[in-house]
Design a protein around this ligand. Structure first.
Ligand SMILES: Cc1cc2nc3c(=O)[nH]c(=O)nc-3n(C[C@H](O)[C@H](O)[C@H](O)COP(=O)(O)OP(=O)(O)OC[C@H]3O[C@@H](n4cnc5c(N)ncnc54)[C@H](O)[C@@H]3O)c2cc1C
Length: 509
């Protein structure tokens, strides 16, 4: 990373810490604030939206968050023995500035780092095993793939540099009315092209070799998104950034951020599932009419409904993910948008690995690889196999070698059968399986991304996942929607969908 880029990023981060100041100065007329806002879903998207809505609209507005299940959504953990382990979203990129800002604001620490070691498995043997020595890894990769590896890092860096612009725009209060406009503001036409072609097409066009894509890039997309190099180029670049060094997680579990944001925002959590949303119209003081929304929900104490001025939906509106019906809207809003979510099964096994499953002759006591990625081989039962550490690293903790019983996480496209488990493990004490409809099944060229604006004051946060699904993407979408809702409420058009922001914002700095 160049020193120039570093200092710009540092500046961005410092700026991001000042977001509260921008928001307070932005209230034009405190009498004119909405009275009630609803957020549907308490994953990172919904809880971050709650936090940013509070910043934008101030303390007087009542914010209700509907969540029928555990706060955290796809950020979840399970208890095995005395420890908790992440089963959903687990790692965070060092340049995910919203996630970083949240933990700083909430006074939560990063989890202590435990060094890891990666290998690649082609279904028969380990085709690559990371050495402790940087120079050995470098020479091996150079020998086999020429400069593909270095060029990949530069390619990802160039995408990331454009990606980082969003933080500057948001710091200055700019918002975007569609995913396409948000992407375009960050990376111009090149980002829109990336979303509409496969990662494979994008990288081949950049001169990367097919063998490099098969051997190195596919294992990374498989571990991060359970899919091949035919995912879209933008989510592909996000995935490759996820192979950078310096990834981190939240001490005590990532979902702590969600409950912390709710607490900090003084929002009320309603433990209920939203079943229907309908639009109503009421007259205003000035003699015009205004829209508001009736939310119907079902909780332990039965069904009920409430009225809101603004609603943010922070759960995917897709088959198998939610089932909300919308009535009274013209044009109609579907319960489910086209496209499906991809099944990734996360199986946590507390057991003894059968290292010979990986085709290695190494002694289990010497085998210290923590992350086994897999190539896109036909019939491959697993996407990845990782030795994982608890959400809180106790003092003196050292990751045990494969000769000892420990917790392994297997990502697979289907639940593992007993026979598959027996091939992978010599023995086990416990198996905990979570079937996730984890992220969109990406198949560019892209159908139109779902809208951010479903209706006048009804917004859809998870539309962003069709560009890329990640905790930080939901947080970026949350900030965007809080700004958008605020600007639309106060008719501040100059802060929505502005062109050429990159040059403009530099002038404002
Ligand atoms: C196995 C796995 C691994 C992943 N790894 C990573 C990773 O390492 N790094 C990373 O950045 N991202 C990762 N992700 C992706 C990341 O977890 C998600 O992009 C992110 O957590 C999505 O957050 P969200 O709040 O937008 O949605 P969700 O977390 O899905 O939250 C939506 C919430 O809405 C609730 N809900 C649904 N229907 C209703 C209703 N009708 N009424 C009220 N509430 C409702 C749900 O119960 C849920 O809590 C991973 C995901 C999975 C599944």
């Amino acid at each position: 990373m160049s020193p120039r880029a570093l200092s710009l990023r540092t500046l961005l981060f410092l700026g991001l810490c000042q977001t509260g100041k921008r928001s307070l100065a932005s209230f034009p007329d405190l009498r004119d604030q909405p009275k009630r806002i609803a957020v549907v879903g308490a994953g990172i998207g919904g809880t971050a939206a709650t936090y940013f809505l509070r910043q934008e609209f101030g303390t007087a507005v009542k914010i209700d968050v509907f969540e029928p299940s555990d706060v955290g959504g796809r950020m979840a953990s399970v208890k095995i023995g005395d420890y908790e382990y992440e089963t959903g979203g687990s790692v965070i990129h060092p340049l995910n500035l919203h996630m970083k800002h949240f933990i700083d604001k909430l006074g939560i620490l990063q989890r202590k780092d435990v060094p890891s070691k990666m290998a690649i498995f082609d279904g028969k043997e380990l085709t690559f095993e990371e050495s402790d020595w940087f120079i050995i890894n470098f020479l091996r990769l150079l020998w086999r793939y020429g400069f593909n590896f270095l060029r990949m890092q530069m390619w990802v860096e160039s995408v990331l540099d454009k990606f980082m612009r969003i933080y500057q725009y948001q710091q200055f209060g700019y918002s975007f009315s569609s995913v396409e406009k948000l992407l375009h503001a960050m990376g111009g036409d090149s980002f829109l092209t990336l979303v509409n072609q496969t990662l494979e097409e994008a990288m081949l066009a950049e001169g990367f070799s097919q063998i490099f894509l098969n051997d190195i890039v596919a294992p990374i997309t498989r571990v991060n998104y359970g899919q091949s190099v035919r995912i879209n180029g933008f989510v592909g670049a996000v995935s490759l950034a996820g192979a950078d060094s310096g990834l981190w997680a939240v001490d005590g579990g990532n979902k702590r951020v969600c409950s912390g944001l709710l607490y900090h925002s003084k929002a009320e959590v309603i433990p209920a599932r939203v079943t229907a949303i309908s639009v109503k119209v009421r007259p205003t003081k000035s003699g015009t009419t205004a829209n508001y929304y009736e939310i119907n929900y079902v909780g332990d104490s039965g069904s009920a409904h409430s009225l809101y001025d603004i609603v943010i939906i922070a759960t995917p509106l897709h088959q198998g993910k939610s089932d909300i019906s919308f009535s009274g809207f013209s044009p109609p809003i579907p319960s489910h948008y086209p496209g499906r979510y991809h099944l990734t099964v996360s199986t946590l096994v507390h057991g003894l690995l059968n290292v010979s499953y990986l085709g290695t002759t190494e002694q289990a006591s010497e085998f210290v690889v923590s992350d086994v990625l897999t190539t896109d081989t036909k019939g491959s039962a697993i996407n990845s196999l990782s030795s994982i550490d608890p959400v809180h690293i106790p003092p003196g903790y050292k990751r045990p070698p494969a000769s000892q019983t420990k917790v392994w996480k297997v990502f697979s496209p289907q639940p593992l059968s007993q026979e598959q488990l027996r091939l992978m493990f010599l023995s086990w004490d416990s198996v905990s399986e979570t079937q996730w409809l984890a992220y969109p099944a990406y198949s560019p060229p892209h159908r139109r991304t779902p809208p951010f604006i479903l209706h006048d004051r009804l917004y859809y946060l998870n539309a962003v996942e069709w560009a890329a699904s990640a905790m930080e993407m939901s947080a970026i979408s949350a900030r965007n929607l809080a700004l958008l809702a605020h600007h639309r409420w106060h008719a501040q058009e100059a802060k929505i969908d502005q062109e050429d922001l990159h040059t403009r914002v530099r002038g404002e700095l």
